[in-house]
Design a binder for this molecule. Structure first.
Ligand code: FDA
Length: 367
């Protein structure tokens, strides 16, 4: 079988690796000038720069952990971000350190009582918007100090105008545990993600063509290969025939600074409206770097329109229904497998994309 894989991101790379290992021929086309999709890292001043935003690998799935460890060695990085709000730093995720910083509470009982007291402002009302939902979950102080303005920047709208379902859960920990993730395994691949994906694609039967857009030659690609794994946008594949699916976009601004340490942590969230960006990443801290210079990246939320980079699917009812219509078309195309975050119109963390790609490959290649 000769597979054409559209997109050299994580989904495409995992599928390619599995297909080549099973003896198939694989051609990957990628419209960007590099492999690895959004997990792409490049070396600047000896530092691995996460070009499309902070990427921290975490999973509790042992099979996925063993899988990635074939291609990279992972360091001991644990994500413990801080949030800057009105001139003060707070620990994330919300935990006993955060409560101490907010209220000087010492015991879990004191912190719980404070949150409970502040939740009462809703007087048992069912939350009708994101503001009420957040207050119902964590009370007024945490909402106003750490959630409100950040969320408004992310979505470009007041929290009162956003639906409550956007935040179903807001994890609150009554321990002094600053680890953002709950997973068993966590780390950053030493040498960067690009090197990890390069290793996945190192196989005689895998050919990668960069700067190659599927839509420049769609008709030929559809006829020249036995099967296509498509990890681009599913609505674009069908010429937006039902209309475009909605996304939120991001802009990244990278800067090299001639100092060795800018903020002392890999990720700091900027809550206040006065900062147009939501986060600053200092890349060297992902790998405990000791270089003389440092590289930082400011992350700006942005509206999305066709032609912009799509980052986050907007999972509201309108878009869910629209996606179902595209899915129905996809079901009829037996020779096309839609995969990854754009092909499946779903936000996936890296371990999830790997899980889904391994399962898809297993099902596809079992014969
Ligand atoms: P990806 O987008 O990576 O790959 C698809 C590829 O297809 C792209 O390279 C694209 O150029 C190419 N393509 C599209 N259309 C094409 C066409 N017409 N022709 C040719 N090529 C085409 N996860 C996590 O576990 N920990 C984290 O910390 C983060 N952090 C994070 C931050 C931000 C800002 C975002 C947006 C996302 C994360 N993630 C994450 C999620 C992570 O980025 C995600 O799981 C993977 O990138 C998904 O890989 P895919 O292969 O699905 O898509």
């Amino acid at each position: 079988m000769h597979y054409l894989i559209v997109g050299a991101g994580l989904f495409g790379a995992v599928f390619a690796e599995q297909a080549a290992k099973a003896g198939h021929q694989v051609t990957i086309i990628e419209k960007r000038n590099h492999i690895a999709g959004n997990i792409y890292t490049r070396e600047v001043e000896g530092i691995q720069v996460h070009q499309y935003g902070a990427h921290i690998f975490h999973t509790s799935n042992q099979e996925v952990w063993q899988y990635v460890n074939q291609f990279a060695q992972f360091n001991r990085f644990v994500n413990s971000p801080f949030a800057l709000s009105k001139g003060k730093l707070y620990s994330l995720p919300f935990n006993m350190s955060t409560f101490y910083q907010l209220w000087q509470t010492i015991t879990p009982q004191q912190a719980k009582a404070k949150i409970e007291e502040q939740r009462q402002v809703l007087k048992g009302k069912t939350p009708e918007n994101l503001e009420e939902q957040a207050i119902d979950l964590v009370g007024t102080d945490i909402y106003e100090t750490l959630i409100k303005e950040y969320t408004e920047k992310q979505w470009g709208r007041p929290c009162k105008d956003l639906p409550p379902f956007i935040i179903k859960r807001l994890p609150v920990r009554f321990t002094f545990d600053n680890n953002y993730f709950n997973d068993t395994y966590q780390g950053i691949p030493i040498g960067g993600y690009t090197q990890m994906v390069e290793k996945m694609l190192q196989h005689d039967q895998i050919e990668v063509r960069l700067n190659t857009d599927f839509f420049a030659n769609k008709a030929a690609y559809l006829t020249n290969y036995d099967k296509i794994v498509f990890t681009g946008m599913i609505d674009q594949f069908y010429d937006y025939c039902y209309g475009p699916l909605a996304y939120r976009s991001l802009k990244f601004e990278h800067e090299i600074l001639s100092i060795d340490n800018y903020q002392g942590n890999a990720v700091i969230n900027y809550i206040d409206h006065q900062y147009p960006f939501t986060r600053i990443i200092e890349h060297k801290h992902f790998e405990f770097g000791q270089q003389e210079k440092t590289v930082i990246t400011k992350e700006y939320p942005a509206d999305w329109q066709i032609g912009d980079e799509p980052y986050y699917p907007v999972n509201d009812q309108v878009n869910a229904k629209l996606y179902q219509k595209y899915q129905a078309l996809a079901k009829k195309d037996a020779n096309i497998i839609f995969g990854g975050r754009l092909g499946m119109y779903q936000y996936f963390d890296m371990h999830k994309v790997i899980e889904v790609a391994l399962a898809t490959a297993k099902k596809e290649l079992r014969n």
